[in-house]
Design a protein around this ligand. Sequence first.
Ligand code: NDP
Length: 283
Amino acid sequence: MPQMIDGKAISAQIKDEVKEQVAALAAQGKKVCLAVIQVGNDPASSVYVGNKKKACAYVGIESLAYELAAETTQEELLSLIGELNAKDEVNGILVQLPLPAHIDEDAVIQAIDPKKDVDGFHPQSVGALCIGQPGFVSCTPAGIIQLLKRSGIEIAGKECVVIGRSNIVGKPMSLLLLKENGTVTVTHSRTKDLKEVTKRADILIVAVGKPKMITREYVKEGAVVIDVGIHRNENNKLCGDVDYEDVAPVCSAITPVPGGVGPMTIAMLMYNCCAAVQPAGVS
Ligand code: NDP
């Protein structure tokens, strides 16, 4: 059987490390504070926001919740972000996505002070990642690098294939793998003969957003498979983009859903909030 990459255990380890850092900062009189803004009451978003608040409480980060009505205008939201940018006691600002259709997400992301951009979505953060400068890194791909490293999986020199090129997962993922000296191929909906490309991967990162699409025909014997997808199946149970039962027997290591990539995202958010307070910033 393959190595099961345990995101629950690794995320718990990272949260405990952050908790120690938060306590050390507190001993120097420095507090860590995250402002979380939710517009509307999309049930999935409410669950994510609730989990973020819980994680903050666990590690000792103060969280400020701004629950705004779905009718909130873009101007009102931008004005709140402006106020939070100006508050020294707020170190991180997170706007839960997706936003209602009448609000321009790009304009909102760009309004956040890059020094408080703990989600790592601001163009300045993305640009810094691209040219190897310090900056906040999108939490899900940053969490995947931690999963690999802390599971003893070498990235340098490996053939890494990423399925998906979204701004929050696929693109930053490919840049991080490159930074770790992987040989990186990014695939997407216009890729010709996807299976032929993914079969080359020593490390296959799947962020395609299609339940159980990736079967063993896409996977090289002995590959490491990381499943970013989260879906509910017909029985309301969580599943990923990878058909776990089919793929697990042919790979060397794999993440389960749930309990793989999911918990890492919040752990890395806590890490980013703490990094926002360090004098040297993030690295
Ligand atoms: P998006 O829908 O933004 O991106 C999906 C990507 O997959 C696109 O680049 C798209 O290509 C590509 N794609 C779609 N169909 C195919 C296909 N048939 N063959 C090859 N490529 C294809 O999704 P996200 O990146 O936001 O999320 C991906 C998954 O990860 C989702 O299931 C999401 O729920 C989950 N997720 C999980 C997180 C976690 O914390 N665990 C965090 C964020 C996301 P194209 O660009 O050409 O359209």
